[in-house]
Write a protein that binds this ligand. Structure first.
Ligand SMILES: NC(=O)c1ccc[n+]([C@@H]2O[C@H](COP(=O)([O-])OP(=O)(O)OC[C@H]3O[C@@H](n4cnc5c(N)ncnc54)[C@H](OP(=O)(O)O)[C@@H]3O)[C@@H](O)[C@H]2O)c1
Length: 343
């Protein structure tokens, strides 16, 4: 066991939680394994001997306080986050420790900014929502493409996924978000979230080689529409998804990701192609890697490591691009992510 900081992982036995636990151990952190189900925790304890487990429920504040006792930080991997983010942030604020989550729910992420910005800033505590593939990586890429600028006309984030076998947590989060929207769709335009009933446009996105041009759904809106505008003045933020992956997600009986390597990653590959436009000037940054769930772990654990070692630019509720040195953060992920800065 490492002698590093104790990092609580809520939802430790979930698909993403397991990647986060493995990554924490690899980084020399000591994961404290938290979850609401005692039996699932006991099974995880067998797979991770030597690491402490503690049961806690989002609707039982005292259980969360006991669970976080002695932790230096908490990573929340238990979604839907509409139910877990607020109570775990409250517990982190009571404990005076930083909070990072992997939420990909637009409304839940927006709530985190709206409800906790003042208190987290006053407490000097870092609260970083969407510190994962969706929301976090796109924001780091946009921020990197921006360089020293803080405003642009448009940001486009195109997701080129080879396929998308969703976890139960992804499907549940999607269902909760859809209910919150009353079945409507959402996009970020004119500097704000706009709810609408328009059909999603299909277009071709020119992913760089080797992927090349692919059919994508436009306005396939992801958490980046909360994280990017939280700190950059960009009135149009649009996200796109390869049509095949979007169809996988909504297919009846969609199957969960299957491990193909010793790290537990699936065969899924991804390209995230980011284009930022200001007048006639375009800047483009592209990242590629394997398995969107697996790569969320180094994103979240790197974030915690930077917070605990003081490598932050601000306190309070902040997205990845606001709180971290984005290009430096992305360079640190090079074992997991190949990065291409065009031109
Ligand atoms: N932003 C991103 O790119 C990104 C990346 C990865 C994951 N995510 C999100 O992270 C969440 C988890 O995904 P996953 O892939 O790990 O799914 P998963 O394998 O289905 O795991 C879900 C986990 O959340 C726990 N959980 C659900 N509701 C809970 C509640 N009310 N209280 C306590 N624990 C609760 C589950 O515990 P039980 O088994 O006890 O129900 C389980 O540990 C999803 O919302 C997903 O959208 C986002």
């Amino acid at each position: 066991m490492g002698s590093g900081p104790i990092v609580a992982v809520f939802g430790a036995y979930g698909h993403t939680g397991r990647f986060v636990v493995a990554e924490s151990i690899e980084r020399g952190h000591v994961p404290l394994l938290l979850g609401r189900d005692r039996e699932k925790l006991a099974a995880l304890a067998k797979a991770r001997p030597g690491f402490e487990t503690r049961q806690a429920s989002a609707d039982d504040a005292a259980s969360l306080d006991r669970a976080l006792d002695g932790a230096a930080a908490v990573i929340n991997c238990a979604g839907p986050f509409a139910s877990t983010a607020a109570p775990v942030i409250e517990a982190a604020l009571r404990a005076g420790i930083p909070y990072v989550d992997v939420a990909a729910e637009i409304e839940a992420n927006a709530d985190t900014f709206a409800h906790f910005a003042e208190r987290a800033r006053a407490a000097g505590t870092a609260v970083v929502p969407a510190m994962a593939f969706y929301g976090g990586l796109g924001d780091l890429l946009v921020t990197t493409a921006m360089g020293d600028r803080t405003s642009a006309d448009e940001a486009h984030i195109a997701y080129g996924l080879s396929n998308w076998h969703p976890t139960g947590g992804t499907l549940a989060a999607g269902a909760v978000s859809a209910r919150r929207r009353g079945g409507r769709r959402v996009r970020f335009t004119g500097g704000r979230l706009e709810y609408h009933d328009d059909a999603l446009p299909t277009l071709e996105w020119p992913f760089p080689a080797p992927l090349g041009p692919r059919s994508v759904l436009g306005e396939f809106t992801m958490a980046d529409v909360v994280t990017v505008p939280s700190h950059l003045d960009i009135p149009e933020v649009r996200t796109y998804m390869t049509a095949g992956a979007a169809a996988d997600l909504s297919a009846p009986g969609a199957s969960a990701p299957a491990a193909v390597d010793e790290r537990g990653r699936s065969a899924q590959t991804f390209v995230v192609d980011v284009l930022v436009r200001s007048g006639d000037t375009e800047r483009r940054v592209t990242a590629a890697g394997q398995d969107i769930y697996a790569v969320s772990a180094p994103l979240a654990v790197e974030a915690v490591d930077r917070i605990l070692t003081g490598r932050t630019r601000t306190a309070g509720v902040a997205s990845a691009g606001a709180i971290f040195d984005a290009p430096d953060f992305l360079r640190a992920l090079s074992p997991h992510l190949s990065l291409h800065l065009h031109g």
